[in-house]
Design a protein around this ligand. Sequence first.
Ligand code: SF4
Length: 710
Amino acid sequence: MKTITRSTCCYCGVGCGVLIESDGEKITGIQGDPAHPANYGRLCTKGMTLPLTVASKTNRALYPEIRINRDSERQRVDWDTALDTVALKFADIIRQHGPDAVAFYISGQLLTEDYYVFNKLAKGLIGTNNIDTNSRLCMSSAVSGYKLSLGADGPPTCYEDLELADCVLFAGSNMAWAHPVLYRRLEAAKATRADVKWIVIDPRRTDTAAMADLHLQIQPGTDVALFNGMLHHLIWEDLIDPQFVAEHTDGFAELKQLVRDYTPRMAAEICGITEADLMTAAEWFGRSQGALSLYCMGLNQSAHGTDKNLALINLHLATRQIGKPGAGPFSLTGQPNAMGGREVGGMATMLAAHRDITNADHRAEIARLWGIDTERLSPTPGLPAVEMFNAIRAGKIKALWIACTNPVHSMPDLNLIREALDTAEFVVVQEAFLNTDTVPYADVVLPAATWGEKSGTVTNSERRISRVRPAIQGPGEVRGDWWIANEVARRLEAQIHPARFSLFGFANEEQVFNEHRRLTEGKDLDITGLSYGVLESHGPQQWPMPIVEAYGETRGQARRYEDGVFATADGKARFNVTPYLPVAEPTNSRYPFHLLTGRLRDQWHGMSRTGRVPRLFAHTPEAALTMNPLDAERRGLKAGELVKVSSKRGGLILPLGLSDEVTTGSVFAAMHWNGQFLNSGGINESTIGAVDRKSFQPELKHAAVRVERA
Ligand code: SF4
């Protein structure tokens, strides 16, 4: 019998609603959900092919597996043996070396309920904040940017603004490929309104840039100089809103002092663009009724990612392009649930519901809500991703539990990551797929359910919480991620903190969600008015949605800060002084090329899902290093021949592709290709682990490399 299950796409932060068709055993089809406000029935090629990702058991992790020692193969075991082994080993290491000798590296692909249990396990039971996630590689600079300027994490905007903006500024985002369904909404809006201007800031001429009214093809990493130059011009042309600045912000005088030096000519020279183009961009932005900036990894994955975010938000605050329809800074979430993970505090530098680890009152609140002694919660922030792997390499962290992510492909400077996992005493990998680059390092494999098989919630880029529902039962003995974490937690609790009442008495994911929403009461992301029942009856909802609103007309808040009151203590937004600083690793005579990295249209992350779908290779069949034809000619290189691209840290061999989408002096490689397809871990063999000192996000978008005939 055909069944339709309403759920959500698991790929990107657009968070499209889907209708899954199944026959009880297999998923037989998929459609976009016409009722979902993210996509109104549209899906991109990745979403359309989701059923094919779960059609086969090949390379699925089906059963728990353990290896006795590093020289032996992993063997199948039953769940109790696997769960007991993990709990006992963690307990042993915690007793010997303390709570900070263990760590968790989890994922923006996890559902909010999964994230919640992992976070409570690390912080509430073990007492370590060493829990970080691949969201550190994705959105952490956007988080720092929002907190330092607006006072709280989360975008002030919503998807309706896509249709309402008359100036759309894309910064470091190839939205046509990375967030295709939202891009189609923008295209449709532009087609009906002649007054809409698109500005694209990108060192590459991407498909998005090709459609722009103005493409600012800046030198890599010079975004802050550009934004400072634009602000200089806005001030000069009297296009700022002095009343808003005076009444609703703080710190403008100091910023004005800084940008006095960033004349359009000087900024344009740094960026490698014309002064006229910079001034045009500033005027379109400043004179529009609604200026919306859409930004992504091009700003975030940088050693100065927070400053890039802040310099852009400075423009919005100075011109009052915020808190009104069609305007505001809008970070496009990379992963499907990077936002949900932050909501439950599932990172090394935060506590649940946007609370801070270093704030004693916040720790006391969480301790009270969890029913534990405040002292159980460590006041010291944990180690963010890059530092976490460095600490494993140094022998300080002995045990690592990796869930739903593939660091041996996605982290920068892969040689160091492999060294770290070789050094670790105990590695647990919780995964749905066995052919990732990280699984060979696992002492224990815990088989996880994946899309179409699991249940919970996710939050998309516009703060909208949607249900993820299972259409079929997963194969073999796979289990939901929250269940696995919960079962280990109960066993570990018996070892290290036996109590009359378990912190992990959850019987299902709804109970986990209910505890999570209780923790949000009174906070900026209050969702006490939201429940699985409300999601069932009213569909996906945006936070905040406090209980008072749940039974009235309001269904969650679409746009934030419309009253000009920000989430800071005094209600005023902050301007931040953002001097331009160059990339972490400038080019030189030995490494003369800027290596740029990015996405392909039809692939996702390390391809553990999309790599299972042959038709998704039609758009880009194989890996390549893209070089400008003039650079190739100078070096006597030809399209299709194999070249070695290498940095100080490592390299890989790729076929050469020629295109003027990159300027001379730059080369581009997609991030997806990995050990399944290459004799290396992919382009992160060459990238650099330099991080932004405020967000700890690494500079995955740029490294200095050389290119030689292989
Ligand atoms: Fe899925 Fe993103 Fe495509 Fe929507 S745009 S179908 S969420 S991959």
